[in-house]
Design a protein around this ligand. Sequence first.
Ligand code: NAD
Length: 517
Amino acid sequence: MPEERIISRFLQFLKELGIEAENPGVYNGKWCGSGDVFTSYSPYNGKPIARVRFGTEAEYEETIQAMDAAQSDWANMPAPARGEIVRQIGVALREKLEPLGALISLEMGKIKPEGVGEVQEFVDICDLATGLSRCISGQIIPSERPGHTLLEMYNPLGKVGIISAFNFPCAVYGWNLAISMIAGNVNVWKGASSVSLVTIACTKIVAGVLEANGLPGAICSTVLGGGRTIGEKLINDKRINLMSFTGSTEVGRRVSEIVHKRFGRTILELGGNNATVVMPDADLDLALRASLFGAVGTAGQRCTSLRRLYLHSSQYDDFVGKLVAAYKSIQPGSPLEEGTLLGPVHNASQVKEFQEGLVEIKKQGGKVLVGGEVYDKEGFYVQPTIIEIDPKAPIVQRELFVPILYVLKFDTLEEAIAANNSVPQGLSSSIFTTDMKNMFKWIGPAGSDTGLVNVNVGTSGAEIGGAFGGEKDTGGGRESGSDAWKQYMRRSTCTVNFSTELPLAQGLTFGVGDAAE
Ligand code: NAD
């Protein structure tokens, strides 16, 4: 019996999610997939889980045709009726919270509570979107002309493409899909290849709801395939009105260039290089716990993971000493086992990024205070690492997507803010302080320049109610809550004349009417 079948036998949750030894990687109302065969491996033991058949270019084209056929009816359905479908998706996800959380843990490598947390985020955004479906609204604006009204109308955009990264294989899809569905768009998703099974499991749950309601599955299509094949098809396709891309800054820059060149719309959620500033007046216990979770949680593979910790010089030694001790207490374990805090990094390339990053760090004068080694065990495990380094070292400017944390000294808040803002990325940042002067400076115009600006909480662990995203090389996109829904819709400004006159704006007269009289 092939290895993946043996594993499947023991993993009941794969069965519950409908994952087979080999799975078609395209859904557009029907399942297909006749492209390359991809094997998905678990990062915790390096062993295969199951295979996926990627989509071909022809299957991509069929999917766009199926989306086309579904688009108009879906767009014309009342938004609250679309919200009801999204509500049912939330219910279906609740039923699969445990098995889907476990699959995320098995395939991505994050610990199971974080896997379940990702599904919970999808559930939460379904709730938010359901409510939103009854209140997405424009404005009525006073007109300068008698007998006229200005209205803002929000209508569906059309087709939305979603490309997601390996580290949030479920939640990022949910953030986009739930909002885009109530906005009335048809959607196509390409998840990262290495988490194809999560993509398939999520698609099956969503497809089940659409089909039970007699709706075309193509409203929520999925085409799995490589970035250079299906990813490139999507970003170059003029029929895709909005491209929501989550991934590295490097690929995001290409997505931006291509989609903007064809005047498509983008939401770009790219790399971060997140910092925490601990002021001398901070609650140090809070700051310590938040720093530990921010830097070590998800083995340093959240876009919001803490990478730079700025400590006041008066408490630097004490704080670093405590953090090093806390790091030493963390042991690696199976991400699926209860109590594990440190799971593996995602794959061999992440291990390489860790090793090569450390070589470069040392070349640039960095000193390892704790960690720095790859664990000698099955799977892809690396030691969470703390580095002392000159804040001006070029490597500090880069996002290393592994659990490496730089500890850095500062003396004044202004200096810390300047250091926080000095990197190209602008996703998340936080300050620990009990002084409201520091707090308001931090969140104000002379403060942090990131998209998420926190006080007395760490850099990671955002809630779905707020708009999520970052500035500069993080791409400028916003997803999820607040008014992020507007990006998924076409705004029309409508001037309505309910009089029998034709006055022109700005008091202009054109003369023809006068002459006719
Ligand atoms: P990646 O850029 O390598 O891949 C992301 C996605 O892009 C994958 O689905 C991949 O197949 C696809 N892709 C690759 N080449 C493509 C191309 N030429 N055209 C179209 N699509 C292509 O990123 P990754 O390694 O999967 O994820 C890690 C990165 O994502 C980190 O930089 C992290 O900070 C970032 N990230 C950002 C956020 C955020 O919200 N800001 C969230 C999660 C991850």
